[in-house]
Design a protein around this ligand. Structure first.
Ligand SMILES: *[C@@H]1O[C@H](CO)[C@@H](O)[C@H](O)[C@H]1NC(C)=O
Ligand SMILES: *[C@@H]1O[C@H](CO)[C@@H](O)[C@H](O)[C@H]1NC(C)=O
Length: 439
């Protein structure tokens, strides 16, 4: 072997050989310098398919969970490791103080430093992702740290993010959100703000405000995904892009025949009394559509054409207007419009197209009544965190199950209930972003 190289490279004179060697050395230095330069100062996509380059990026951008917990063990279902974090959560003095609005106002004074410190990924990870931008409509009202961690976990420079901040949020919260978005060119706050009253039309209006703004953005996004402040992703941007392409122009969401107890929600007019939605005795006219009402939830995956139709198609507009004095319209308007033949990306109203939340992609939720022993027929294990408003706020013990599901996002997470769970997801997603399947 040594001989072969000698013959190949060094049959010329020793001098030529030395020159060749020096040139090679010089080129290596230049290449290495360029890579490092790219890493720290520019958004250029370094050759991510090269192992060397990917490792460099990951060293710079990994999000490691704090303390001694081993997140790989937690996610692969190691109960002892889960127990350690649960015990830690019981010790009040161990509670981390969450970052405040003021902290973010301070941090974002220097945007470059903010993005570096918080490890934002400011370059696209592949051409396929770069060429497939996604829009996000994020409706939030409190907990700036949770919002910022959610934003960071879904942030990609080719995407576009509209943030709707509730009118009842504090002024400093709104200022902090504005400060964060001013550091990221493709993140903006909604041009119109609503005072969101639980179960009222205002929740839908907040998303509509963002969707209208997103349509005006110069980003040629293909799908919009909406989130609230307690969501966290289970999938990387690359995985979401891959799944959206497979949808082949269809929307995706929960959409089923409604249980009979929900029907009063749109059969009667509702009105807001002291910030609470109350039923009146006035019966509503039937909805101005030729299909029945379908039941779903507020979190959906919609094509750009569908969103455009919300503002253009008279059937959609009339239906939305008709729905504006009903109870929790967010939980049925998307599910119903998705079954209307006139709407782009819709599917037929036939029962064969019904889809439950567990079969849809948008959102994974554990409801209090359904969590239990799967061997006894429960659809999922009980909540390992805490139930709030009948919905599980996930703990580390839920991560093993969550990581095996197909959903883009899960709800709810709260660092005040289990910060370890969020930290482990952050670590897991960042690793998957660099070492999972790159599309
Ligand atoms: C976590 O546990 C895995 C084995 O499950 C091990 O391979 C890995 O090195 C551990 N990581 C740390 C940081 O200790
Ligand atoms: C609902 O639509 C009606 C008719 O256009 C309008 O007068 C009313 O202001 C709307 N209500 C809300 C809450 O948007």
């Amino acid at each position: 072997m040594a001989n072969y190289f000698n013959i190949c490279l060094c049959r010329p004179t020793l001098n030529q050989c030395l020159i060749f060697g020096s040139v090679l050395f010089f080129l290596t230095i230049v290449l290495k310098y360029n890579l490092d330069f790219n890493l720290s100062y520019s958004n250029q996509n370094c050759a991510l398919w090269s192992e060397y380059c990917r490792n460099l990026y990951y060293q710079d951008l990994k999000l490691l969970a704090s303390g001694t917990k081993n997140c790989s063990k937690i996610i692969s279902g190691d109960l002892d490791e889960v127990k350690k974090t649960q015990i830690d959560n019981l010790i009040v003095t161990n509670r981390r103080v969450l970052a405040t609005d003021k902290d973010y106002l301070e941090l974002t004074k220097d945007c470059t430093n903010f993005k570096k410190l918080k490890k934002y990924v400011t370059f696209s990870l592949s051409d396929k992702e770069r060429n497939y931008p996604i829009a996000y409509s994020m409706v939030i009202h409190e907990n700036i740290e949770m919002f910022e961690r959610l934003l960071r976990s879904i942030y990609m420079p080719q995407n576009v993010y509209c943030i709707h901040v509730d009118m009842k949020s504090s002024e400093t919260f709104f200022e902090a959100v504005k400060a964060i978005s001013s550091c990221l060119p493709n993140v903006f706050v909604a041009s119109k703000r609503e005072l969101v009253v639980y179960a009222s039309w205002s929740r839908v209006q907040a998303d509509l405000n963002c969707m209208e703004d997103l349509l005006k953005s110069s980003v040629a996004w293909k799908y919009v995904i909406n989130t609230c402040g307690t969501d966290f992703p289970l999938k990387t941007n690359a995985e979401i892009v891959k799944a959206l392409k497979l949808l082949n122009g269809k929307n995706n969401m929960e959409s089923e025949r409604p249980p009979s107890y929900k029907k009063r929600r749109w059969e009667y007019e509702f009105t807001i009394v002291d910030s609470i939605v109350k039923q009146t005795k006035i019966k509503k006219k039937p909805p101005p559509i030729n299909i029945p009402i379908f039941s779903g939830n507020a979190y959906v995956v919609l094509t750009r054409d569908f969103v455009q139709s919300l503002f253009k198609n008279s059937i959609a507009k009339n239906f939305l207007e008709w729905a504006n004095d009903t109870f929790s319209p967010d939980e049925y308007i998307w599910a119903t419009l998705h079954r209307l033949p006139e709407m782009p990306g819709s599917v037929p109203s036939h029962i064969k197209y019904d889809k439950s939340d567990l079969n849809a992609l948008a959102r994974l939720v554990k409801w209090v009544g359904l969590g239990g022993d799967m061997e006894q027929g429960a659809p999922y294990p009980a909540c390992s965190g805490k139930y709030r408003r009948q919905v599980c706020v996930y703990g580390t013990g839920d991560l093993h199950w969550l990581a095996q599901q197909h959903h883009f996002f899960a709800n709810k997470f709260d660092p005040r209930v289990d910060d370890h769970a969020i930290q482990c997801l952050e670590e897991y997603l960042r690793h998957k972003m660099f070492y999972g399947n790159i599309v």
